[in-house]
Design a protein. Structure first.
Lengths: 272, 272
DNA sequence: TTGTACGCGTTATCAT
DNA sequence: ATGATAACGCGTACAA
């Protein structure tokens, strides 16, 4: 059978409640009993039951993550970042693919709420307004809540700076990493004699472009689809994940996270 | 406050236990009371509490998934397949990255066990022997347990067949999708006048190869890194996920899954 | 500083 | 077919 707190209490000859206090690090506990309890814990190989704790404390050390499509090229990197931070804090996450279907999305939300998750991460659009628990939005700025996204403006200015005096071509994927970046390029994609043109689509075979020209490919760190010789504009999926986690944790723990949009900077790196 | 079963029971003027029976679809219940209860449920917007259910039933409708690295190129597709099937069955999953560290792996396992997960999926090597709950291994055949993997032999014979009379070059990624496939190619990579050579590494720039030659690139469906004109040998990550889920579900529900290795076939597709 | 006792929301085992 | 009640394992207000 399972080792419970009562077993530990009996072994350490103290009360159940005392064991609970020791485990939760209650300061008002004598070093003597604390040691006795820890000894018994190790002796019996006791492991606290997260389910029971959850029922009693009305929380679960779990957060829910909503994604339109888990197999999107950057999802893995994002989740890796998220997991890295959450696991360090003893928080697990549950993933749900919504496929862009509002009904499915709400159903998934209710299922997770019934599990008493402590927070939500919404990567598939606006958070449901009646979630009732801390939520952060990822990928698009949101008014009146906490959101984290990639700074597209920074990408635009980095490209503009790179373009000084020459022509550069920027390739995004089929669903662009930096949507609407066109509009952010100053002076109608021209400045200082340079020019930037952006293509949302597949990378065409390299044609005979002048050696002065520069090719930039948008990608994530782990995506190997960048041809050699091209500049890379990294979409910081991993960092987006770690930042999401930190923000959500702070929000859950009520550490005074003021609503607002936080951004991560994309990184432009040369082929050399 | 939260709507509980007691609230529903009171509203429907029946006992808590009856509500539970109705909700779980107990056959020996009168249509009359059943209707009363459902009415009250909808009236009050009652949603069962998964935590409480877990405490009482000693299960959680949750499984744990261990991955060495979540950001690996195929992880997203695998997880998409897994989620697709699990969510249809009301099961959620919790993801843990182990980074190949045995200690971290065991810690993660114990954390999940304390959550009373119903099963494990091990993508990062042999299952821990003392997991104590249904486990399946993914990616490598395992003796004495349930495992699912990609049929490398099938990949080898498809390549051999393709090579009849010509020379083909197969490129895998840095960490090969089909490890050890070399050894499975008959006749020392030659047969019927054709030949197969395999490169574990990055795709080199296309040099002047004869038009008779064939290039094959190993990839997953969603990976855009396949140059046009090349054959594709798909590593069926998504299918691996759906199959994993089905096998695990059957094992959990005790549906007589006999230990053994199940395989998924890779798909070779032409560039046309 | 520690013990008592109740609550958390369900399921399951008795009765009836 | 349904009601009463005891688990399930832990947190915590309250008492000591």
């Amino acid at each position: 059978m399972r080792v419970t707190m009562s077993d530990v209490a009996r072994a350490a000859q103290v009360n159940k409640a005392t064991v609970s206090r020791v485990l939760r690090g209650d300061p008002r506990i004598s070093p003597a009993t604390s040691e006795k309890v820890w000894a018994a814990v190790k002796e019996l190989g006791y492991r606290p039951d997260a389910i029971a704790r959850g029922l009693s404390s009305s929380s679960s050390d779990t957060v829910g993550v909503f994604l339109r499509d888990i197999s999107s090229p950057w999802a893995g990197e994002y989740l890796a970042g998220l997991e890295r931070v959450l696991s360090r804090h003893g928080i697990e996450f549950i993933l749900r693919a919504t496929g862009g279907d509002p009904q499915q999305r709400r159903n998934a939300m209710f299922r997770l709420l019934s599990r008493r998750v402590d927070g939500f991460v919404w990567l598939d659009g606006e958070p449901e307004p009646d979630a009732g628990i801390p939520s952060i939005a990822v990928g698009r700025t949101r008014a009146g809540g906490v959101s984290v996204s990639v700074d597209i403006g920074s990408a635009a200015s980095q490209l503009t700076r790179l373009a000084e005096g020459r022509k550069i071509e920027v390739f995004q994927g089929e669903n662009p990493f930096f949507p609407g970046i066109q509009a952010l390029l100053p002076g109608d994609t021209k400045r200082g004699g340079g020019s930037v043109s952006i293509f949302d689509g597949l990378l065409p075979p390299r044609n005979g472009s002048s050696p002065e020209d520069i090719t930039v490919v948008c990608a994530t760190r782990r995506c190997p689809a960048v041809p050699s010789g091209a500049w890379k504009l990294y979409w910081p999926a991993f960092e987006l994940g770690t930042l999401s986690a930190r923000l959500l944790l702070n929000t859950i723990q009520g550490k005074g996270v003021r609503p607002g949009a936080v951004t991560v900077l994309p990184v432009l790196s040369s082929p050399f």
